[in-house]
Design a protein around this ligand. Sequence first.
Ligand code: BGC
Length: 746
Amino acid sequence: MSGPLSSAQNGQKERELDVHHLTLEEKASLTSGGSFWATKAIDRAALPTITMVDGPHGVRMPRGEGDHLGLSGSLPATCFPPAVALGSSWDAELAERVGRALGREASLLGVDVLLGPGINIKRSPLCGRNFEYLSEDPIVSGVLGTALVKGLQSQGVGASLKHFAANNQETDRLRVSSDVDPRPLREIYLRAFERVVKDAQPWTVMAAYNAINGTFCSHNRWLLTDVLRDEWGFEGLVVSDWGAVSDRVAGVAAGMDLEMPACGGRTDAQVVDAVRDGVLDEAALDAVAGRVLDLVKKASERPTRPEPVDADAHHALAREAAARSIVLLKNEGGLLPLDRRSRIAVIGEFARTPRFQGGGSSQVNPTRVDAALDAIRREAAGEVIFAPGFACDGSGDEPGLRAEAASAAADADVAVVFLGVPLEDESEGFDRTHLDLPGAQLDLLEAVRAANPRTVVVLSNGGVVLLPFADDIPAIVEGWLLGQAGGPATADVLFGGVNPSGRLAETIPLRLEDAPSYGSFPGELHHVRYGEGLLVGYRGYDAEHRAVAFPFGHGLSYTRFVYGDAAAVQSDGDVLVSVPVTNAGAVAGREVVQVYTALDASVVQRPPRELKGFALLDLEPGQTAVAEILLRRGELAYWDVRVDDWVLEGGEYRIEVGASSRDIRAVTSVALRGDEVARSLSMESGVDEVLAHPVAGPLLLEALERNGQATDEHALRVLGMFPIGRVDGFPLPYNEALRIVGEASS
Ligand code: BGC
């Protein structure tokens, strides 16, 4: 925070921070940025500015005072694993520690709000910013997002939960309307936001660029006020994504508190005029300006002299987080962990020149970057031979590089091949158009495997890639983008110093065409229709019984876990699931126990299974422990469009406990009483709805029989969906139908 005085520093000035002491012009000016990264100061009121910078996996503080665009780069900061990696750790405690470390660094650099975390759902594997997002599932996104926000804010630095909402692609991102039905919107795209807002109260929420069903998020009153504040109880400030405001006056009326970046006074004047012309209620401006003041006050409460940051300790934390994020996809014949004494051919430029983060606003200037090749050389006791195999930018003598790599592999006991997506192919601002690794890399792999079948592939990628070689290569390590300490973390996993425990937070498909959003991504003519509805990610692959390369939740360990019988009991309205798990192998390891639920006979469409909770168990060899997973009642509810509310449907819920969405190890069930939903009947209600009504049901049955209508099972099935009052005389005289509906509502 920078500026003349904060309220905490000068009690006398506190009074002046009240919005009613500001002029109309001052209030309007307060609700837009003063520069690219800061709010405006009001000197007369001794009101300082607030600094907000990216985010999310490191602090990107622009270098020079006047360098508002960050053109001359940013100050060095720890580059923690981007969300694509951290999401795969499924580890909330770790995410909270990363959040705390981010908060300490931000605080030291004078940052008041760090722009993150990003918790949008990975709707399509092609989304260019998937590396900035946690998962295709709202529970994983919600749990880890909550942890990151709590950690960050524990240091007196605010989070900016982004991008709110349904911002799931880069194509046409500033203009596109995400056209989503109410159920997927609530159950998939808003669910993680709801959880983080309720559990962690982020200081700010960032309104996304796109529109939802035709209304831009930055002036969407339903989204920013009705849902976010009135339903969820959000107490913080809504900031626009940088350049997201297309109608400032409508934004103020909708509850969009702060336009970023600076508007040069242009839209401030529009707000002033709108109030003067009576188009905008001044009370609406007071509310948004008041929330800017609240944010300034919150930031002023942080200690003025922050603790120094231990860069080495943060690098070590980045390494721990990276190692926990790595997913061991395949390990045939126990090829991993590597024998330290073996002769190892390390192949692939990414081993020497790490791909550790994505492009765009989240790009951090790391304090250092450690390559996997150096770490492997340090850890290995035998000879390590390196061959680059390809150039990151695709240049160079391909056949020559390939031949050199094949000969290195032939001379070695094992070949470790680092493949991945080039940096220029993965960035904010555009979506990918395919999921393929570069052809030169696939050719290289084929040549290496032919020279030495004992081949391990290590991947560096921000979004999933197709793995056409998955059947032929014995060991595959999904290394995502691991941040600045990803190199040593990879060596930790390769040599077994860390037993891998990452799990896929997104499905790896066999073909792009299999993705549920295929065909309705990225839309056209400024609209994208979320045609797959609820069937996002594994929900869709499972519903369509599609084979996948590696399923959601999958990840191997160097040990083996055996599950006992699962039990589920009700606990204060929630459901507590427990299952004993034994480490049946020879080394200590961590299992991520996942709980999926299903309700077969339902009034609404349900995916075959949905993750509702998970727990981590660290087990010594031979040890058994009971995993306890609490499934929140609210998470089991569906969004009922008839009453515009969450409804828990009564019934026997199947509870599947497993090691992935396609590796269910124990099944149990729990009977839940549903919510009483008062749905009023009308003459448009179907016969089945009237029959289900406690008062009207028996009256209708009696009247049908009296009027000579058949009431056996078949007849009622045929009649069931017919509106009771459409046709006079069928199934009842109009007046009788009217009487029954009237009785039900009296
Ligand atoms: C991005 C945000 C980012 C902001 C500030 C926008 O283009 O969408 O995620 O926080 O810029 O850099």
